[in-house]
Design a protein around this ligand. Structure first.
Ligand SMILES: C[S@@+](CC[C@H](N)C(=O)[O-])C[C@H]1O[C@@H](n2cnc3c(N)ncnc32)[C@H](O)[C@@H]1O
Length: 226
C-alpha cells in the first residue's frame, strides 16, 4: 500500500491528520487551476447542484469545501439558501474566504473535520461534497457519512462527487495507481454506495459519471428518510 503525505491539526488538543487539497500544503494555491484543467469541475459541479435541487431557505453544507468553488456556485444558484462550507485545512479556508469576498456573496466557513461536525442533529436540508471522500480512510469515510446523516433533517439528501469505479478501459489506467492508495482504493472499487447504505442512507443512486485525467468521477445521492 502506498502512503500519502499528511498534515496534522489539533481539535480539542487531539491531533487529526488529513491530506491537503493537492497532497502537499505548498501546492494548495495551485489547486483551482488544477481542478479546472484536470478534474472537469466546470462540468460536474453544476450537475451536482442541479441534482441537489436546492430551494430557498434551505440550509446547505459543503463538506470539505476547499477553496469554496462549489460553495460559491451553490450560493449563486440559490441566493436565499443559507450556505456553510467546512474544511479541515485553515490555509484552504483562507483562499475560500478571499474568493467569497470577491464574489460578493455571504457564506459561513467553519474549520472542522468531516467526521466530527460542529452542528446539531437534523440541521441541514442538503449536504454536498466534491472530491473529499477519496481523502479519507475507510474508517473515516464511514464516520463522516454517519455524521452527515446525523446533521441532515428527515428527507434531507447528501450529494457526493468523487472518484468512482472506472467505466471503461481508458479510465482503468489512472485507477491502477488509485487502487494502491489506502484513501482512494474503496472509491475506485465503487464502494461508496455500499458505505452510504451502511451509514443508514436510502434511495442510493449513482446519478452520473464522467471521465477525467484522475479517472472516473461519479455523482452519488443518498436520502435520510427519518
Ligand atoms: C480535493 S480537495 C476538494 C475541495 C473542494 N470540495 C472542491 O471540490 O474544490 C479535498 C478537500 O478535502 C479537505 N479535507 C480532507 N480531509 C478532511 C476532513 N477530515 N474533514 C474536512 N475536510 C477535509 C481538504 O482540506 C481539501 O480542501
Amino acid at each position: 500500500m502506498i502512503t500519502t503525505l499528511e498534515s496534522t491539526i489539533k481539535f480539542n488538543s487531539k491531533p487529526v491528520t488529513y491530506i491537503p487539497a493537492l497532497g502537499f500544503s505548498a501546492l494548495t494555491p495551485f489547486f483551482d487551476s488544477f481542478q479546472k484543467w484536470g478534474a472537469k469541475e466546470g462540468t460536474f459541479k453544476p450537475k451536482l447542484i442541479a441534482h441537489a435541487g436546492i430551494q430557498k431557505n434551505f440550509e446547505v453544507l459543503d463538506l470539505g469545501c476547499g477553496t469554496g468553488t462549489l460553495t460559491i456556485l451553490v450560493k449563486k444558484s440559490q441566493p436565499l439558501a443559507d450556505v456553510i462550507g467546512i474544511d479541515i485545512d485553515p490555509n484552504v479556508l483562507s483562499l475560500a474566504k478571499e474568493k467569497t469576498a470577491n464574489a460578493k456573496v455571504h457564506i459561513t466557513f467553519d474549520l472542522g473535520t468531516a467526521f466530527n461536525l460542529p452542528y446539531p442533529d437534523n440541521f441541514f436540508d442538503r449536504v454536498v461534497s466534491s472530491l473529499v471522500f477519496h481523502h479519507l480512510t475507510r474508517e473515516n469515510k464511514l464516520r463522516a457519512l454517519k455524521e452527515v446523516r446525523r446533521v441532515l433533517k428527515a428527507n434531507g439528501e447528501i450529494h457526493i462527487a468523487d472518484l468512482g469505479k472506472p467505466q471503461n478501459i481508458l479510465m482503468r489506467l489512472p485507477s491502477v495507481v488509485m487502487r494502491r492508495l489506502e484513501e482512494t482504493e474503496d472509491n475506485v472499487k465503487g464502494l461508496l454506495p455500499q458505505m452510504l447504505n451502511i451509514a443508514g442512507f436510502n434511495e442510493i443512486e449513482e446519478t452520473s459519471k464522467l471521465m477525467t485525467i484522475f479517472g472516473t468521477v461519479s455523482l452519488y445521492k443518498g436520502l435520510k428518510i427519518s
